[in-house]
Design a binder for this molecule. Structure first.
Ligand code: CUA
Length: 349
């Protein structure tokens, strides 16, 4: 069933709050504009000049009135700002248990890839009731991922990951648009989001025709492109071990500490001489121009999948969630075998 944006008042998690904020602001604006217009028209008529020599009475400032129209609107505006800010932070920060989906935009299509390796073009299948985090990048120009029913819109940029998240509440089919003019067929760069019951989604994943998970594809590239030659898992290679790298703080040679998120890992593959981890030499060659965004995505998925750092007790709290693979961490005393052959690749229950 196709659901139109206006017919889905209770879609998604932030969607409802977004609607509330929108209608509250619209109502206040209509009320204030209507009130001002009414008083203006009434006053123009009621206090009109009745005699050519008439002198208007001098009206002195009334403190209570002044204070009222300063304080009352201030409270209303600050409340709008506070609620809007809260919503902004909610939209910017995906829940920790969000499921990752990778999106590559190009002229003129959307390529989606699930952790289980399922690929789709211009469609996106998601389970209802689960937060979905989209990691998006463009292969060419700026696009914008826009699903009006979920009230989400995010620019998709070349050379940089952007993310957005949503949680579908009702099963249905929702329109997906590109909302940034990106060339001749911009208007054709549309698609559908299919929100399904979790069991239907599971079925869809199984029938998705994936040849191994995204991480297992990444593992293949890891060897094919020679990453494994330097990044030994025991940490004795010329490059740092990548076990547990994902979302872990990395100290660079300048003493700066950065969190190894998707963007950091991508930058290290393409610009390895920048922000070299402390204790290592800038000997890694750049892979700029040699890897497609899809290949980089798979490599990142692999690095994400290779478990915690040996000997470190990673908190399983916010920001350290490694549960994309059903919470399985490989045995850290062994060179890790990524948990790629699980029957439940997307961590979907
Ligand atoms: Cu892509 Cu407009």
């Amino acid at each position: 069933m196709i659901r139109l944006p206006l017919a889905v008042f209770l879609q998604g998690s932030v969607t409802h709050e977004y609607n509330v904020l929108f209608w509250v602001i619209v109502s206040i604006c209509v009320f204030v504009a209507g009130g001002i217009a009414t008083v203006l028209i009434y006053s123009a008529w009621h206090f009109r000049r009745r005699d050519p020599n008439e002198l208007p009475p001098q009206i002195r400032m009334k403190l209570s009135a002044e204070l009222t129209w300063i304080i009352l609107p201030s409270i209303i505006f600050v409340a709008m700002f506070a609620y809007g800010s809260k919503l902004y932070f909610d939209i910017e920060r995906p829940p920790d248990d969000a499921e990752d989906v990778y999106v590559v935009a190009k002229q003129w299509m959307w390529k989606m890839q699930h952790l289980g390796g399922q690929r789709e073009i211009n469609t996106l299948h998601v389970p209802v009731g689960r937060a979905i985090r989209l990691n998006m990048i463009s292969e060419d120009v700026i696009h914008s991922f826009f699903v009006p029913a979920f009230r989400i819109k995010q620019d998709v940029l070349p050379g940089r990951y952007t993310t957005i998240w949503f949680k579908a509440v009702l099963p249905g089919t929702y329109h997906l648009f590109c909302a940034e003019y990106c060339g001749t067929d911009h208007s054709q760069m549309i698609g559908w989001v299919y929100a399904m019951e979790p069991k239907d989604y599971q079925l869809w994943l199984e029938q998705g025709g994936a040849e191994g998970s995204l991480a297992s594809t990444g593992e293949k590239y890891f060897h094919q492109f020679g990453c494994a030659d330097c990044h030994h898992f025991d940490g004795h290679g010329p490059g740092p071990s990548l076990i547990g790298l994902y979302r872990h703080p990395v100290q660079t040679e300048t003493g700066q500490v950065v969190i190894a998120d998707e963007s950091y890992i991508r930058n290290k593959i393409l610009n390895p001489s920048r922000r070299v981890p402390q204790g290592f030499k800038a000997i890694m060659p750049t892979f700029k121009g040699q890897l497609s965004e899809d290949e980089i995505t798979a490599l990142i998925a692999y690095i994400k999948a290779i478990g915690p750092r040996p000997g470190s007790q990673l908190p399983s709290g916010p920001g350290e969630e490694l549960g994309d693979y059903g919470g399985v961490s490989p045995d850290i005393s062994e060179p890790p075998t990524p948990p790629v052959k699980q029957s439940n690749p997307g961590g979907v229950r």
